[in-house]
Every structure is written in structure tokens, then in C-alpha cells.
Design a binder for this molecule. Structure first.
Ligand SMILES: [Zn+2]
Length: 202
């Protein structure tokens, strides 16, 4: 069972700039109070989403909320509310999630940079995983490089899944027959996502 829900924390209580209580006419007895509600999962605060509050008279106990407030009381309350921010830690979960995404994204970017470097400077034995025209997936191995072009041999097998190419990527599965490509063409296909993985086994 997932335990989640909402929790409320007190943010601030401050005397209102409105001096007279509309209920008992006492002077300087009105206070504004603001809380912050956040959504939690297993008591880990994920994000704050609302700031409920009220104005209360310390003398007669009269509590005013929302549109029950006289205009001057509400203006003072709204100014106070706007200047009161939720606690930073109420966004702990959001920050953790953002950090995980950043980490994964940085990893992805560095893998991509490495793969592009391999494509631009190919070596015999490099392997490219690609999406075949028929919707299946396969791989090809670099046999030789000649300045701006290279010769590859295709895998004789295909897989219905991109993740299945790992299972057919064996030296003995590559055909003897060679095909020539420009390095620029390979790079273009990589940028289009047609070639989706580059391996250099060292
Ligand atoms: Zn009062």
C-alpha cells in the first residue's frame, strides 16, 4: 500500500496592520496565520501546493477566513500571505526526482558524446546497432576504414526488439560480404536515431 497524502506545517504568525477587530473593536489584537500544505509519499515531502490561513482576534477569538473577511482585513492578510513562502524542505521529493533526472540525462549526454567520437573516428571491430527498414533491428561490424569511408559487414540475424540485438552480436554472426559507407552517412543515421548504439569492444 502506498502511503501518501497531505500534511500541513505552520509558516508564520504576525500581527495584522489592521488595528481594530471588526467583531469586538479591540485594538491591535488581530493576527494573521499562514500554513503550508504539502503532498507527501511515505512522509517524504514532495511539493507544497497550498497556503491556507486566517486572521484571528486574540481578544474575542473571532476567526476570519477568505471572503468572510472585511476588505481591509483581507488586503492585509493577502499581503502577508504573498510575502510568506513555503519551506524549502517541502520540495525535497521534487528536488530528489530532478536530481535523478539530471544524473540520468548527464549520463545519456556523455554516452552520446562517446558514441559520436567513435563514429567520427571508426576502428576495425566497432559495432553499430541499427534499425532495419522492415522495423527489425540488427547490427553491423566495421571491417576496415579508408579515410572518409568505411567497410562494414552486416549481421545475418535480426531481432524484433532493439534490446534483442545484444543477443545476436557475436563475431561468428557477421557476414563476410562487405559494404561501403561514408562516415558522414553513418553519422547522419546516428543523429536520426536509425543507428542507436555504438560499441567499441576493447
Ligand atoms: Zn475581537
Amino acid at each position: 500500500m502506498l502511503i501518501s497524502g497531505s500534511l500541513s506545517v505552520h509558516l508564520k504568525t504576525e500581527r495584522s496592520r489592521v488595528t481594530s477587530c471588526p467583531n469586538c473593536q479591540a485594538n491591535g489584537t488581530l493576527v494573521n496565520t499562514i500554513s503550508s500544505k504539502h503532498f507527501h509519499i511515505y512522509w517524504i515531502p514532495i511539493f507544497a501546493y497550498s497556503k491556507p490561513g486566517s486572521t484571528k482576534c486574540e481578544s474575542c477569538g473571532h476567526v476570519m477566513k477568505g471572503y468572510d473577511m472585511p476588505e481591509d482585513v483581507r488586503d492585509a492578510y493577502e499581503d502577508f500571505r504573498e510575502g510568506t513562502k513555503p519551506k524549502f524542505w517541502q520540495f525535497t521529493g521534487t528536488m530528489i526526482i530532478a536530481a535523478i533526472f539530471l544524473y540520468l540525462f548527464a549520463g545519456h549526454v556523455s554516452i552520446e558524446a562517446q558514441e559520436i567520437a567513435y563514429i567520427k573516428d571508426p576502428m576495425k571491430g566497432d559495432v553499430y546497432y541499427f534499425e532495419a527498414g522492415n522495423g527489425d533491428y540488427s547490427s553491423m561490424i566495421v571491417r576496415a576504414r579508408m579515410s572518409d569511408s568505411l567497410f562494414v559487414s552486416k549481421n545475418k540475424f535480426e531481432s524484433s526488439y532493439s534490446s534483442g540485438v545484444e543477443e545476436i552480436d557475436y563475431e561468428e554472426n557477421y557476414l563476410e560480404e562487405r559494404m561501403g559507407f561514408d562516415i558522414a552517412t553513418i553519422l547522419h543515421r546516428y543523429n536520426k536515431g536509425k543507428i542507436f548504439k555504438v560499441y567499441r569492444y576493447e
